[in-house]
Structure formats: structure tokens, C-alpha cells
Design a protein around this ligand. Structure first.
Ligand code: GDP
Ligand code: MG
Length: 214
């Protein structure tokens, strides 16, 4: 077993207003493609990309919405066991920047991570290739500072600007989070076995305690 590279699966979710470029960023990162055609819905739930981080084979599973973000009803499966949340706004849209607050709140409520203060969130200000910028860099950076120094990248899915760098940080932060989750799961399993042993003669261990504890 020694020397074998461990396989890790990371779940990354993309959140933000409709039209900010979430699908385009994903496509640029995974397929190196950009299309100017506006498609509100796509068929797939996620795209995957294999990356090597610190000698570990990592599969990034990047979850996209299928346009339901317009109704803010993404369903619990979308949020479940996420290792990193990517918030996206459009630098030419004030509204998409203002809405970041509610996307962040929504994530923290729906995913309810154990460590909300430390949970990795990365902010992307997309469409920097456009002239009609409406949100300044400083404003975005201040927002990030007020949110536990959220990492911030200015990207263009169209021109491929900063996309690779942003996802590299996203992957590294997700990996760190996954490691914490693994440790917590080990603890949880140990706890369940321990409790099952104690309760063996008295009652069946509760099946509800099994399952995802991310
Ligand atoms: P989503 O709804 O957040 O998934 O946004 P999409 O990826 O579907 O993009 C919405 C529209 O913005 C499409 O017409 C894209 O071609 C365009 N778009 C996305 N990213 C960029 C970008 O970086 N620059 C420019 N100029 N247009 C972009
Ligand atoms: Mg989309």
C-alpha cells in the first residue's frame, strides 16, 4: 500500500445570480471552452476535473445549477457535503454584488457546515474583460475582509483570465476542508461504535446516526 497515491473526491459548488458566468467559468476551467450563447439550463449536475495537489490525485466535482438559482430553490442535495463554496458575481452588475450576502447566508443555512467561520468560500468577480465595470476592486476586497478574509479573484471566463489560478485555490481550500471532514467522520464513527457497544444489551443502535456528517 505504501507509495500508492490516495484518491480524493472534492465537491465544489458554484453560487451566485443567474447570468454572472458560473457555467462559463466551469466550462472554461474544465473544457477550456467559452460560448457567448446564453444557456440558462444545462443537463449535467456537475463537471469533473482530475488534478494533482501535493502528490495526491484529486477529483474535483464542480456542481452547477440548472438555472434554478433564479428561484433560490436549489434543493438540499446541491449543498450536501460541499467542500468549498464558490460565490460568483458579475463586476458589471451592482445587483449581483449586493446579492452575494444572501447567497452566502443561504449556503450557510442550507449546508450548515460544522465550522461556518472557517468553511472555505472563495469569491470570483467575473467578466473583467468588459468595459462597463460597476463594482470596484476595493469594494469587493472590503467585503472579503469582512468575511474572514475570503480569497478573491477577478476573472474572465471569456478570456480565460485568472480562471486556472482561482480554481487552484478552490481545490487547495476544498482539500483542506475535506481533510477536516474525514477526521470528524472518523471521530463520529468511533463514537457510534462506542455507543453501540455500550447499548448492545439494551437496545438497537439508532440507524439515524449513520450517514453524512459533513
Ligand atoms: P450563469 O447563469 O451564472 O451560469 O451564467 P452563464 O455562464 O450562463 O453566462 C451568462 C452570460 O454571460 C453568457 O452569455 C456568457 O457568454 C456571458 N459570460 C460569462 N462569463 C463571461 C465573461 O467572463 N465575459 C463576458 N464578456 N461574458 C461572459
Ligand atoms: Mg448556468
Amino acid at each position: 500500500m505504501s507509495g500508492a497515491k490516495e484518491k480524493v473526491l472534492l465537491k465544489v459548488i458554484m453560487l451566485g445570480d443567474s447570468g454572472v458566468g458560473k457555467t462559463s467559468l466551469m466550462n472554461q476551467y474544465v473544457n477550456k471552452k467559452f460560448t457567448a450563447q446564453y444557456k440558462a439550463t444545462i443537463g449535467a449536475d456537475f463537471l469533473t476535473k482530475e488534478v494533482l495537489i501535493d502528490d495526491r490525485n484529486v477529483t474535483m466535482q464542480i456542481w452547477d445549477t440548472a438555472g434554478q438559482e433564479r428561484f433560490q430553490s436549489l434543493g438540499v442535495a446541491f449543498y450536501r457535503c460541499a467542500d468549498c463554496c464558490v460565490l460568483v458575481y458579475d463586476v458589471t452588475s451592482q445587483q449581483s454584488f449586493r446579492n452575494l450576502e444572501s447567497w452566502r447566508d443561504e449556503f450557510l443555512i442550507q449546508a450548515s457546515p460544522h465550522n461556518p467561520e472557517e468553511f472555505p468560500i472563495v469569491l470570483l468577480g467575473n467578466k473583467v474583460d468588459l468595459e462597463n465595470r460597476a463594482v470596484g476592486v476595493k469594494r469587493a476586497q472590503q467585503w472579503c475582509q469582512s468575511k474572514n478574509n475570503t480569497p478573491y479573484f477577478e476573472t474572465s471566463a471569456k478570456e480565460g483570465i485568472n480562471v486556472e489560478q482561482a480554481f487552484c485555490t478552490i481545490a487547495a481550500n476544498a482539500l483542506a476542508q475535506e481533510h477536516i471532514r474525514q477526521l470528524r467522520n472518523e471521530y463520529a464513527n468511533y463514537g457510534a461504535d462506542f455507543l453501540a457497544q455500550i447499548d448492545l444489551d439494551r437496545t438497537e443502535p439508532s440507524r439515524d446516526s449513520k450517514g453524512c456528517s459533513c
